[in-house]
Design a protein around this ligand. Structure first.
Ligand SMILES: [Mg+2]
Length: 150
Protein backbone atom coordinates (compact mmCIF):
# COMPACT_ATOMS: atom_id res chain seq x y z
CA UNK A 1 0.00 0.00 0.00
CA UNK A 2 3.03 2.28 -0.25
CA UNK A 3 2.77 4.85 -3.04
CA UNK A 4 3.30 3.08 -6.35
CA UNK A 5 5.02 4.15 -9.49
CA UNK A 6 5.80 2.62 -12.86
CA UNK A 7 9.30 1.19 -13.10
CA UNK A 8 11.00 -0.44 -16.07
CA UNK A 9 12.97 -3.49 -14.92
CA UNK A 10 14.16 -6.86 -16.14
CA UNK A 11 12.38 -9.97 -14.84
CA UNK A 12 14.37 -11.68 -12.14
CA UNK A 13 13.84 -15.29 -11.28
CA UNK A 14 13.09 -18.50 -13.08
CA UNK A 15 10.70 -18.94 -15.96
CA UNK A 16 7.11 -17.78 -15.83
CA UNK A 17 4.34 -18.16 -18.40
CA UNK A 18 1.12 -16.18 -18.05
CA UNK A 19 -2.04 -17.51 -19.69
CA UNK A 20 -4.99 -15.16 -20.02
CA UNK A 21 -8.28 -15.41 -21.88
CA UNK A 22 -10.50 -12.50 -22.91
CA UNK A 23 -13.12 -11.59 -20.33
CA UNK A 24 -11.82 -13.74 -17.47
CA UNK A 25 -11.11 -11.92 -14.20
CA UNK A 26 -7.87 -13.84 -13.68
CA UNK A 27 -4.81 -15.09 -15.48
CA UNK A 28 -3.03 -18.36 -14.73
CA UNK A 29 0.73 -18.19 -14.33
CA UNK A 30 3.08 -21.15 -14.47
CA UNK A 31 6.30 -21.15 -12.45
CA UNK A 32 9.33 -23.35 -12.91
CA UNK A 33 12.46 -23.90 -10.84
CA UNK A 34 15.93 -23.79 -12.33
CA UNK A 35 16.24 -26.32 -15.12
CA UNK A 36 12.57 -25.96 -16.05
CA UNK A 37 11.38 -28.19 -13.21
CA UNK A 38 7.71 -27.28 -12.92
CA UNK A 39 6.76 -25.84 -9.53
CA UNK A 40 3.16 -24.53 -9.51
CA UNK A 41 0.38 -22.55 -11.09
CA UNK A 42 -0.73 -19.20 -9.74
CA UNK A 43 -4.20 -17.83 -10.35
CA UNK A 44 -3.79 -14.06 -10.38
CA UNK A 45 -7.14 -12.38 -9.78
CA UNK A 46 -7.23 -9.24 -11.89
CA UNK A 47 -9.33 -6.97 -14.06
CA UNK A 48 -10.19 -8.61 -17.40
CA UNK A 49 -7.59 -7.43 -19.85
CA UNK A 50 -8.20 -4.50 -22.21
CA UNK A 51 -6.43 -4.61 -25.55
CA UNK A 52 -4.80 -1.48 -26.93
CA UNK A 53 -2.47 -0.86 -29.90
CA UNK A 54 0.64 -1.67 -27.87
CA UNK A 55 -0.58 -4.67 -25.90
CA UNK A 56 -2.98 -5.27 -23.04
CA UNK A 57 -3.80 -3.61 -19.74
CA UNK A 58 -5.06 -5.17 -16.56
CA UNK A 59 -5.13 -4.35 -12.86
CA UNK A 60 -4.13 -6.66 -10.07
CA UNK A 61 -6.80 -7.48 -7.46
CA UNK A 62 -4.39 -8.46 -4.66
CA UNK A 63 -5.94 -11.84 -3.86
CA UNK A 64 -4.36 -14.86 -5.55
CA UNK A 65 -4.46 -18.66 -5.48
CA UNK A 66 -1.54 -21.08 -5.67
CA UNK A 67 -2.19 -24.46 -7.28
CA UNK A 68 0.13 -27.46 -7.09
CA UNK A 69 0.62 -30.53 -9.29
CA UNK A 70 -1.08 -32.73 -6.66
CA UNK A 71 -4.17 -30.51 -7.26
CA UNK A 72 -4.00 -28.92 -3.83
CA UNK A 73 -4.53 -25.16 -3.73
CA UNK A 74 -4.49 -22.29 -1.26
CA UNK A 75 -5.46 -18.64 -1.12
CA UNK A 76 -2.51 -16.22 -1.32
CA UNK A 77 -2.10 -12.66 -0.14
CA UNK A 78 -5.22 -12.45 2.03
CA UNK A 79 -3.30 -9.85 4.06
CA UNK A 80 -2.73 -7.61 1.02
CA UNK A 81 -6.37 -8.05 0.01
CA UNK A 82 -7.55 -6.97 3.47
CA UNK A 83 -5.13 -4.03 3.54
CA UNK A 84 -6.24 -2.88 0.08
CA UNK A 85 -9.82 -2.74 1.39
CA UNK A 86 -8.73 -0.98 4.57
CA UNK A 87 -6.98 1.83 2.70
CA UNK A 88 -9.70 2.16 0.05
CA UNK A 89 -7.97 0.64 -2.99
CA UNK A 90 -10.92 -1.77 -3.20
CA UNK A 91 -14.41 -0.82 -2.06
CA UNK A 92 -16.68 -3.42 -0.47
CA UNK A 93 -18.55 -4.14 -3.69
CA UNK A 94 -15.42 -4.69 -5.70
CA UNK A 95 -13.87 -6.81 -2.95
CA UNK A 96 -16.98 -9.00 -3.03
CA UNK A 97 -16.70 -9.37 -6.82
CA UNK A 98 -13.02 -10.29 -6.49
CA UNK A 99 -13.81 -12.94 -3.87
CA UNK A 100 -16.60 -14.32 -6.07
CA UNK A 101 -14.18 -14.47 -9.03
CA UNK A 102 -11.78 -16.34 -6.77
CA UNK A 103 -14.48 -18.83 -5.83
CA UNK A 104 -15.22 -19.36 -9.53
CA UNK A 105 -11.50 -19.94 -10.07
CA UNK A 106 -11.51 -22.51 -7.26
CA UNK A 107 -14.31 -24.36 -9.05
CA UNK A 108 -12.17 -24.31 -12.21
CA UNK A 109 -9.28 -25.76 -10.17
CA UNK A 110 -11.45 -28.48 -8.66
CA UNK A 111 -12.74 -29.44 -12.11
CA UNK A 112 -9.10 -29.67 -13.30
CA UNK A 113 -9.84 -28.62 -16.85
CA UNK A 114 -8.18 -25.88 -18.89
CA UNK A 115 -5.46 -24.80 -18.38
CA UNK A 116 -4.31 -27.25 -15.68
CA UNK A 117 -4.91 -30.38 -17.74
CA UNK A 118 -3.49 -28.95 -20.97
CA UNK A 119 0.20 -29.75 -20.53
CA UNK A 120 1.47 -26.17 -20.42
CA UNK A 121 4.08 -27.38 -17.91
CA UNK A 122 5.91 -28.79 -20.93
CA UNK A 123 5.84 -25.51 -22.84
CA UNK A 124 9.20 -23.91 -23.61
CA UNK A 125 9.91 -20.61 -25.35
CA UNK A 126 11.28 -20.75 -28.86
CA UNK A 127 15.04 -20.26 -28.36
CA UNK A 128 15.03 -18.02 -31.43
CA UNK A 129 12.83 -15.45 -29.76
CA UNK A 130 14.36 -12.16 -28.77
CA UNK A 131 13.15 -9.79 -26.10
CA UNK A 132 10.63 -7.46 -27.78
CA UNK A 133 10.89 -3.72 -27.48
CA UNK A 134 8.38 -2.01 -25.24
CA UNK A 135 5.74 -0.25 -27.34
CA UNK A 136 5.48 3.52 -27.40
CA UNK A 137 3.15 4.60 -24.64
CA UNK A 138 3.80 1.52 -22.49
CA UNK A 139 3.84 3.75 -19.41
CA UNK A 140 0.73 5.76 -20.26
CA UNK A 141 -2.27 5.73 -17.96
CA UNK A 142 -4.23 2.54 -18.74
CA UNK A 143 -7.58 2.38 -20.45
CA UNK A 144 -8.86 2.56 -24.03
CA UNK A 145 -9.97 6.20 -23.78
CA UNK A 146 -6.37 7.28 -23.27
CA UNK A 147 -5.29 5.32 -26.35
CA UNK A 148 -7.87 7.05 -28.54
CA UNK A 149 -6.73 10.47 -27.36
CA UNK A 150 -3.15 9.90 -28.58
MG1 LIG B 1 -2.07 -10.74 -7.83
Amino acid sequence: TAPRTTVRAHWEGTGVLKLARPGEPWSVWLFWEQGWEFRSWYVNLEEPRLRWAGGIDSEDHFLDISVYPDRSWLWRDEDEFAEAQRVGLLDAGKALRVREAGKAAVEMIKAWGTPFADGWENWRPDPGWSVPELPAGWDRAPGPAKVRSR
